[in-house]
Design a protein around this ligand. Structure first.
Ligand code: ADP
Ligand code: MG
Length: 397
């Protein structure tokens, strides 16, 4: 691991790629600063070493090419200034002569942030010339943007080649890699994966890659109805991918072949509309009347899943087992969170990842019991699919 812990960056100008793609309200207030908070250890380590820090980040998906006021990172720079307790030099300029002058003027312990890196349309193409201009601003490169590690962009991957002897993983990135490696190479058994969410199509490759590793596979949430229908059950109006029925059957068959215990919901809370205050009907079996749709796991399912979770030593959770955004259908997802917390109290290692799953675990109040919460939704899923992430590869090459 090429981490920054053992390196002293005194007097160096360090380019740091961070993931500051944070949610903001219409008044440009940061509404969830998790991503900024999680990059702080790296930033503080470098500043306290006496380095000058140059932050690169993206925000949203600029399409025009060039500056767009709506997508400026200025509010994020101001926010960072506040929580860091020191000025963050910021310019909206995209002109490298001007930017270089600012970077050159940075003293030890000072920090600047570049404007939204995706204002350069070349960024998302992994353009070499842009990477070279960025690289010219500093002496070293640190990638701490796990959330963007699955992208082969100029600032996340290409730039690393200009620092063959001085490219490093930031502390957040290191934490993600260490934990994901642990999960995928040396999990303590029994290993249980809980995969939920709305669509089986987005999780097929994850499930396939996990099958050789896990002892138990729990499938919940919207995607379980595709399995249910494939197994000949009535699912009413429940969400279902009709073109993936065979895929579901194949995955079931593959699980069986590999000796993996597969658990599917056995009872359902259904509703007569996709809303929090619809009429709720309990279905004691997965046999949902035509006019209803499955919204959450029933009590028997929660207990079944819970028993498996409590017997596990390694747990991976991605995907809510119900429409947790609606309070009336958050019970199943919250019970998973509670059982995982109980399992970690008994010494299990538990990992949670995925945008919605992380927001669900936070809502449940059990987040502090989780051994490892991934900050990268798409990046973590691609890692779990067994893909090589360009942002990781670029540092290791
Ligand atoms: P993650 O972001 O953690 O990877 P996904 O995006 O795959 O998770 O899935 C999350 C979404 O799945 C949530 O918006 C949730 O409402 C939805 N979902 C879960 N169960 C159901 C269901 N029974 N019907 C419809 N949507 C569901
Ligand atoms: Mg999601």
């Amino acid at each position: 691991m090429k981490g920054i812990r053992e390196v002293n960056f005194t007097g160096k100008k360090v380019l740091v790629r961070v993931d500051f793609n944070v949610p903001m309200d219409e008044n440009k207030n940061v509404t969830d600063d998790t991503r900024i908070q999680e990059a702080l250890p790296t930033i503080k380590k470098l500043l306290s070493d006496g380095a000058s820090v140059i932050l690169m980040a993206h925000f949203g998906r600029p399409k025009k090419g060039g500056f767009e006021a709506e997508l400026s990172l200025q509010p994020v720079a101001e926010y960072l200034s506040k929580i860091l307790g020191q000025n963050v030099v910021f310019t909206q300029s995209l002109d490298f002569t001007e930017i270089k002058a600012l970077a050159d003027g940075l003293k030890q312990g000072e920090i600047m942030m570049l404007e939204n890196i995706r204002f350069y349309p070349e960024e998302t193409k992994g353009d070499v010339q842009l990477a070279e201009k960025l690289a010219a601003l500093g002496d070293c490169y640190v990638n701490d943007a796990f959330g963007a590690a699955h992208r082969e962009h100029s600032s996340t991957a290409t730039i690393a080649r200009f620092f063959p002897q001085s490219k490093y993983f930031g502390l957040l990135m290191e934490h993600e890699i260490v934990n994901l490696k642990k999960l995928m190479t040396s999990p303590t058994k029994p290993f249980t994966a809980i995969i939920g969410g709305s669509k089986i199509s987005s999780k097929i490759d994850v499930i396939k890659n996990l099958l050789p590793l896990v002892d138990n596979l729990i499938i919940g949430g919207g995607m379980s109805y595709t399995f249910a229908k494939a197994n000949g059950k009535s699912i009413g109006k429940s969400i279902c991918e009709d073109d993936k029925l065979q895929v579901a059957l194949d995955l079931q068959e593959e699980a069986k072949k590999q000796g993996v215990n597969l658990y599917l919901p056995v009872d359902i809370l259904a509703g007569d509309a996709f809303s929090n205050d619809c009429n709720i009907k309990y279905c004691p079996e997965v046999n949902i009347p035509d006019e209803l749709e499955g919204m959450d796991a029933g009590e028997k399912t929660r207990e079944l899943f819970g028993k498996v979770i409590l017997e596990s030593k390694t747990i991976l959770w991605n995907g809510p087992v119900g429409v947790f955004e609606f309070e009336n259908f958050a019970g199943g997802t919250n019970s998973i969170a509670k059982y995982i917390a109980e399992a970690t109290d008994k010494g299990a290692f538990a990992a949670v990842g995925g945008g919605d799953s992380v927001s669900a675990i936070k809502k449940s109040g059990f987040a502090d019991k989780i051994s490892y919460i991934s900050t990268g939704g798409g990046a973590m899923l691609e890692y779990l699919e067994g893909k090589v992430l360009p942002g990781i590869k670029a540092i290791l090459d």
